[in-house]
Write a protein that binds this ligand. Structure first.
Ligand SMILES: [Zn+2]
Length: 498
């Protein structure tokens, strides 16, 4: 488009805007490929593609390139080549957006090869380095926005596969990689190291490093390596080339700058990330994810006669310890605790669930789970409840066992249910045994739940991410007819009281 030089700046801006090619063609909204849970407690990975024509998309080329990468990132590689991601696979959701290009591949200016693609991907992005394969990040952002419109989550890892076979990729806002190259998966992981965790390249190049202390965690001007002091001397059980110390050279210079290990994925592909990089990536995952997806609503207290529960993001990664009035409950390591079943007497208690990544138990052990040695608080989560253990038979938590409770049992007799329905012995069924308990304690008083709280409606759950709440049945006050029926049908209890 022609823009006359004499026009005002404002006009030039308008010309520039007009001269921009049309928005990238996004074929449709995003498609979710892996759904491990609500996105507010997952790391959302979003793929875009460039240089894929409609025919390429239809032929499955784009999907093939994405799936090849996902298998590499999350697959069980015994060598630890993709660590830490396989262990944290359930922390992720993965989505893709189809972006349609008019032609296949990417530009390669050195070969005078130019193709019309949606995101303008090109080798030699800096003008001198063939393998530097990047794209128009403004257009990529527009495609991302268009594809995720109304999605309700953000892309926390942005990967772009580019439909070319020549080796290349780059780490920036978007981690790009040549999807058709045999090293595509390793390129993508390396670039993700840059774009997700701000890792520096650990290879050398020129002479003396001229700058100040770099911001990246895995390079330093400090010959003592104080930045990763917690790892100095670590012997990596995966590969001795990954042992941690202080090695001169990195960030494109050979001298005056240091890296943590002799080799690593930020230096050479087909090598694992070293412990310093891996630790940073795990901590970065926890910027988006908490150990717990949800828990019994703790804003209204809890009833200790029913299970107090939490929902962990992944039980193979997260452990739970329970505390009552600040004391560890030995042996309580599941995702719920039932104070009454454990023998706690009627009364008020503070219950705490302490959820944490089990790597904390392995810190400094040197074993394969010794993955994090700092900032443990990011890997932990505590939830507290004011819990009341009620006297057996007090289904509505009013502090006494009376006619309302007996009526409640009668209404629910024979049904499956919880404490609020009259299941006092915790066998899941409202039965004769429960009627006996009401009878035994009839007229007795015990601790009372706060006003406006009852054992049924007090359990809406999901203080955190929600989800997985058990069904809730509010206690019901019997109508006169059913109360009469109950009195007729339970002579045993009435007799016992007489
Ligand atoms: Zn790099």
């Amino acid at each position: 488009m022609f823009c006359p030089k004499s026009k005002l700046f404002v006009i030039l801006v308008a010309c520039s805007a007009l001269a921009t090619t049309a928005l990238p063609a996004v074929a449709a909204d995003y498609v979710t490929l892996i759904d491990n849970g609500a996105s507010d407690n997952r790391v959302d990975v979003v793929f875009l593609g460039d240089g894929y024509t409609q025919a390429d998309l239809s032929a499955g080329t784009y999907d093939q390139h994405i799936n090849g990468y996902l298998e590499h990132m999350f697959g069980p590689a015994p060598s630890g080549i993709a660590d830490p991601f396989p262990r944290y696979a359930n922390f992720f959701n993965v989505h893709k957006i189809d972006v349609v290009s008019n032609e296949s591949g990417a530009d390669n200016p050195n070969e005078n090869h130019y193709v019309d693609t949606a995101l303008d991907a090109s080798y030699y992005w800096d003008g001198t380095t063939e393998r530097l394969l990047y794209l128009n990040s403004g257009k990529a952002q527009q495609a991302l926005n268009a594809g995720l419109q109304g999605a309700g989550f953000f892309a926390e890892m942005k990967l772009v596969t580019i439909n070319d076979t020549t080796y290349g990729g780059a780490g920036g806002t978007f981690a790009t990689f040549a999807g058709g190259n045999p090293s595509a998966q390793e390129i993508a992981l390396h670039e993700l190291g840059h774009s997700f965790s701000d890792l520096a390249d650990e290879y050398g190049g020129g002479g003396n490093y001229p700058g100040g202390e770099p911001f990246e965690i895995n390079v330093t001007t400090d010959p003592a390596g104080g930045k990763w002091s917690q790892w100095i001397g670590y012997t990596d059980p995966r590969d001795s080339d990954l042992d941690i110390g202080v090695f001169e050279g990195g960030r494109y210079y050979n001298l005056g700058i240091y890296r943590p290990s002799f080799d690593s994925k930020m230096r050479t592909l087909n090598t694992a990330f070293n412990a310093v990089a891996r630790e940073q990536m795990i901590l970065d995952l926890y910027d988006h994810v908490d150990p717990l997806d949800g828990w019994l609503d703790n804003t209204v207290g809890a009833v200790g006669n029913d299970a107090v529960w939490v929902d962990v993001i992944d039980p193979s990664v997260i452990a739970v310890r329970w505390f009552v009035d600040g004391e560890l409950v030995e042996g309580a390591t599941g995702t719920s605790i039932d104070l009454e079943a454990l023998g706690y007497a009627p009364g008020q208690y503070t219950v705490t669930a302490h959820a944490y990544d089990t790597v904390i138990d392995h810190a400094h052990s040197g074993d394969l789970l010794d993955l994090v040695r700092r900032d443990f608080d990011q890997l932990e989560q505590d939830i507290n409840w004011n819990a009341t253990v009620l006297i057996a038979g007090d289904s509505n938590g009013d502090g006494e066992v009376g006619l309302l409770d007996m009526g409640n049992v009668g209404l629910n007799f024979g049904k499956t249910g919880d404490w609020s329905m009259g299941d006092f012995d915790g066998d899941g069924l409202v039965s004769v045994a429960d009627l006996d308990l009401v009878g035994n304690n009839f007229g007795k008083t015990g601790p009372q739940l706060a006003d406006g709280f009852d054992p049924g409606s007090g359990n809406p759950g999901g203080g955190g991410g929600g989800g997985g709440d058990p069904p809730v049945f509010p206690p019901t006050i019997p109508e006169p007819a059913s109360l009469a029926l109950l009195l007729i049908s339970t002579p045993a209890i009435l007799r016992r009281r007489s």
